[in-house]
Design a protein around this ligand. Structure first.
Ligand code: NAD
Length: 963
């Protein structure tokens, strides 16, 4: 196909088909845009007021979760109280919290929902089939549901599909057609665990597909978010191999908004051709646009969808044509409500002489009934996509549909609400020329590795092998100026496998510590004279080297501290971020800066380094925290002595080597592997150490603060301690919380890295009405994850750091049994320092389990009567590091913002994983000295200020002021 005359003919045909569709389709309005009646009026208002539209959908989103009339009333007022709604909803609003309000509002939303969502009852399905038959149209069904977080939920999803299949077989004369979501077939559908995810999904599908084959059904696999796309396609092809039977039609949905869609279309065509079998392709534009853009922006990944809608529309037409060119192996379903795209498809099919059975148009139930009629009247095969589900399960679907069809660029909105001119609606898509990407200047976080790309996963596996093959070396004690014997040897082992030795480290003695301090003192004078720009450059160079070796560094973390792939990569990325962020900050602080100027007097201030810095780090973010503290000190002009945690010395040695390789002088950055109680303490008390940057437990942190405050003989300056300590972090789960989200994010916040993050959730305070459901769903969700060695990417949860830690955590589990009720205990392998995750309920605020930092996979769930009590319980702690709230009531969110005083509060998201610059991190109260790392004020702690005031008056002569 091609050539100007063919194209011209095609355009003429599109115009003609489009016009006739338009004339028919505009005889009536789809119900959503029908201005008559209450719903129509509200929808019309919402279309013209973006804020009302958002408030309305937010309100609808919470509705299924609300139990009492008072709750419905509260939310209704909170979201919509500021709008003059008029009509029934306006009157309802004036009723206050009268029970009638809840009923009226619920009934009204139910009515809207029923237009788009069919009840899972045989009678309702029969009704819809009859209605569609009159068009005439057939149907494809989709059992919509809540997010699948547990295997039981996945099983129920499948069960619903099987029931639907049987129901359709009974009720319809045609073979059943069903759409399935692969991610709903297992709680763990993770591209990093490709084969496991595929296996789990296939195991569930088997039963369903065996029946689908018997019934000669059409089963279409829905396409989902970008990250899952490769895995979905792989699983789809596995399905085809496993069910080669003729008679049933397997189908896959492909999204035209993705620049990589043509490659996927080709893959499907080639597969169909090579296996000589027909495959259905539902071509859609794509329903996750906003989420894809937002997630990519958040993660700093390339945006996986076209930003220009015209590009999507244009690609849609190209792909339509491509699919039409293979009628022997592809059965295209052109899905959408766009007049131009539909007219194009009909014209393109005609041009190729495709018969009625060669392809079909698909539209969503309730979205564009008049357009459905118009298409059916043209003798085109029409299939309506019918979601089946109750309101609670279907709300996410409903909101997505409502948002999509009322958005500014919605074609339905343009056609029906705005009555755009026909020529505009039928114009060929013309993408704007692509502008060179103007990335924002300023600080940007390093994007994490996208492990959904098989190449990234392969590179990481390779790095793990390479690191393992280089293990087993002895790290020599090497402090310039002394040959003193090491104080001992530390054997580094893999926490996932007790017997695996990773290396041996010679430990520093106090003689080494003294010598290191003397070296640093000697280096201070010259280091502080190095221009800040140069010091910043060295930090950036280190960051570059780190990035070059990011997989190897992360792989070493996997082996040395038991992080999983993603967490290990995030730790390396954070280290890079710190180096670059503090470099940038120091450049901004450098030099003399005038304060208030007076005629005849010059006042200037400058930041200067404080002196020798001891960097005492924990093991749990082995690269990021050590790098963060060290780079802040170094870039500020202080020589550093790195005193890493005993459990993470190999990684610390890598950092040390990188800093030296980048060009930091050896005496300015010395590595002193040693025990905290001896070498660490000695550094803290040393008269020549002026600055201590510590991150670790409260016990050690407080001892350091105290010791650093005691002046010793020969000391020449007051010591500064930058001190970040532990937490006992709480997540509040409100009565109206989105439980899908609350369960998922709590799971990762509490059990990610086995609960060994200072930011980890160790208390959940759930309101009574959701407490039981939350607790049992969380336990079931956690149960989906087996524990094992994190070097195998199927395991996202692994061992705790040491045998000592394991024993300590187990003692807390025993204590928990006497304080509360153990509702869940997982299973773990025996080979390493594993602790089976535990969840307790019935814990009271006074219990030790609710008060002490456990630092392991143990979660206590407390129960509160109301939100304010929950907040009091959360605050009843000596710690104040992180906190979280899951709520959809604006006044509760406001209250939490004001009163939930912790260093980092997270609302409706996980409470771990702070990003440098965007989320400066650190505790207040007894969790830290209150200036967050990665934030605007952190670096200043490593500096002091000096002020110079100069009288410039000379015998009545006032020189012009400098600035
Ligand atoms: P830890 O306090 O046992 O050890 C931290 C560091 O202090 C290690 O390098 C250790 O050798 C050293 N040390 C121990 N005793 C010392 C002493 N008497 N004098 C000087 N140094 C001494 O902590 P950890 O087990 O490595 O890390 C876990 C703890 O760190 C948890 O409490 C966690 O909450 C906290 N943490 C806090 C943050 C934060 O940003 N607030 C971040 C990570 C970890």
């Amino acid at each position: 196909m091609g050539g100007p005359s063919v194209l011209h003919g095609l355009e003429a045909s599109i115009a003609e088909i489009g016009r006739s569709l338009y004339e028919r389709a505009l005889r009536a309005n789809p119900s959503l845009f029908d201005a008559r009646g209450l719903r129509g009026r509200l929808a019309a208002r919402a279309l013209s007021d973006e804020r009302l539209r958002s408030a309305l959908f937010h309100f609808i989103d919470t509705l299924p979760q609300l139990d009492s009339a008072a709750e419905v009333a509260g939310h209704f007022r909170a979201y919509l109280g500021n709008y003059e709604l008029g009509g029934l909803w306006g009157r309802v609003l004036r009723l206050g919290s009268h029970p009638a309000l809840a009923g009226a509002v619920r009934a009204s939303v139910q009515r809207v929902a029923r237009e788009f969502l069919v009840e899972p009852q045989p009678s309702a399905i029969r009704r819809v089939l009859r209605r569609l038959a009159r068009l005439p149209a057939s149907a494809t069904f989709d059992a919509v549901g809540e997010a699948v977080l547990t295997e039981q939920e996945a099983e129920r999803y499948l069960q619903r599909n099987v029931e639907l299949l049987e129901l359709l077989a009974r009720e319809s004369n045609e073979p059943p057609a069903i759409s399935v979501k692969l991610s709903a077939l297992t709680a763990r559908f993770d591209p990093l665990d490709r084969s496991g995810s595929c296996r789990r999904a296939m195991a569930r599908l088997n039963w369903f597909l065996t029946r689908a084959v018997e019934l000669k059904a059409t089963v279409t696999v829905d396409m989902e978010q970008h990250e899952l796309k490769g895995l979905i396609l792989d699983t789809f092809f596995e399905v085809l191999e496993a069910f080669p039977h003729a008679g049933w039609l397997p189908g896959i949905a492909l999204q035209a908004y993705a620049p990589d869609a043509p490659a996927h279309v080709e893959r499907v065509i080639q597969f169909a051709r090579s296996r000589r079998r027909r495959i259905g392709v539902r071509l859609v534009k794509g329903a996750y646009w906003d989420t894809e853009v937002a997630l990519a922006e958040q993660r700093n990944w390339p945006i996986p969808v076209f930003l220009d809608k015209a590009q999507t529309d244009q690609q849609y037409e190209l792909l339509t044509a491509r699919l039409f060119d293979h009628p022997d192996v592809i059965y295209p379903a052109i899905a959408g409500h766009n007049l131009r795209s539909l007219a194009h498809a009909i014209a393109a099919a005609r041009m190729r002489g495709l018969g009625r059975d060669a392809w079909e148009v698909q539209m969503l139930l309730g979205m564009a009934d008049p357009l459905c009629k118009a298409v059916a009247s043209k003798g085109i095969q029409l299939r309506v996509y019918v979601p089946v589900g109750d309101l609670l399960a279907g709300i996410a679907y409903l909101i997505r549909r409502l948002m999509e069809n009322t958005a500014n660029n919605s074609i339905l909105r343009q056609t029906y609400a705005e009555r755009r001119q026909l020529v505009d609606l039928l114009a060929a898509p013309h993408p704007a020329p692509v502008e060179a990407e103007g990335r924002a200047t300023g600080f940007r976080n390093i994007p994490l590795i996208d492990f959904s790309d098989p190449k990234s996963a392969a590179a990481f596996r390779h790095a793990l092998d390479a690191v393992r093959s280089g293990l087993g070396r002895t790290l020599r004690m090497n402090v310039d100026g002394t040959t003193d014997r090491p104080a001992g040897h530390h054997v580094c082992t893999n926490p996932a496998s007790r017997d695996e030795t990773l290396g041996v480290v010679e430990m520093a003695s106090l003689v080494h510590a003294d010598r290191a301090v003397a070296n640093a003192v000697g280096a201070f004078e010259s280091w502080r004279e190095v221009p800040a720009m140069r010091r910043a450059e060295l930090c950036r160079r280190t960051a570059d080297l780190m990035l070059e070796r990011r997989e190897r560094l992360a792989a070493l973390e996997v082996l040395e501290v038991g992080k999983n792939w993603r967490e290990a990569d995030a730790d390396v990325a954070e280290a890079v971020d710190y180096l670059r962020f503090y470099a940038q900050q120091m450049e901004a602080l450098d030099g003399w800066r005038p304060t208030a100027g007076f005629p005849g007097e010059r006042n200037d201030l400058r930041y200067e380094p404080r002196g020798v810095a001891a960097i005492i780090a924990p093991w749990n973010f082995p690269l990021a925290i050590l790098t963060g503290m060290a780079s802040a000190a170094l870039v500020a002009g202080n020589p550093v002595i790195l005193k890493p945690a005993e459990q993470a010395m190999l990684i610390a040695a890598e950092l040390h080597a990188l800093l030296l390789e980048a060009g930091v002088p050896a005496a300015v950055c010395q590595l002193l592997p040693g025990e905290g109680e001896t070498v660490g303490r000695h550094l803290v008390e040393h008269p020549d150490v002026g600055l201590i940057a510590f991150t670790g437990s409260r016990e050690v942190g407080l001892a350091i603060l105290e010791r650093a405050g005691r002046v010793v003989s020969g000391q020449r300056q007051v010591k500064r301690v930058v001190c970040e300590m532990g937490g006992k972090n709480a997540i509040l789960v409100d009565a109206d919380a989105d439980l899908d989200e609350a369960v998922l994010h709590t799971l990762h916040s509490a059990f990610g890295f086995q609960g060994q993050k200072c930011s980890a959730a160790s208390r959940v305070i759930a309101l009574k009405s959701v407490h039981d459901r939350f607790a049992s769903r969380l336990a079931d969700a956690l149960d989906c994850y087996p524990y094992g060695p994190p070097e195998d990417p199927q395991y996202i949860f692994g061992p705790v750091i040491s045998e000592q830690a394991r024993e300590r955590i187990e003692r807390y589990v025993e204590l928990g049994k006497s304080e509360g009720k153990l509702i869940y205990r997982g299973r773990v392998p025996q080979s390493g320092h594993y602790v089976a995750p535990a969840i307790f309920t019935g814990i009271l605020p006074r219990h030790r389990l609710a008060r002490e930092e456990i630092f392991g996979p143990v979660l206590s769930i407390l129960c509160a009567e109301n939100f304010s009590q929950a907040l009091d319980m959360a605050l009843d702690s000596e710690f104040a590091l992180t906190g979280g709230v899951f709520s959809r009531l604006p006044e509760h969110i406001d209250l939490a913002r004001r009163r939930f005083r912790v260093g980092n509060l997270y609302i409706n998201r996980r409470i771990t994983g702070a990003l440098v610059s965007a989320q400066p991190f650190g505790g207040i109260a007894m969790s830290g000295t209150g200036v967050q790392a990665g934030g605007p004020d952190y670096l200043k702690q490593f500096l002091w200020t000096r002020v110079v005031s100069e009288n410039t008056l000379r015998h009545g002569f006032v020189p012009p002021s400098a600035g």
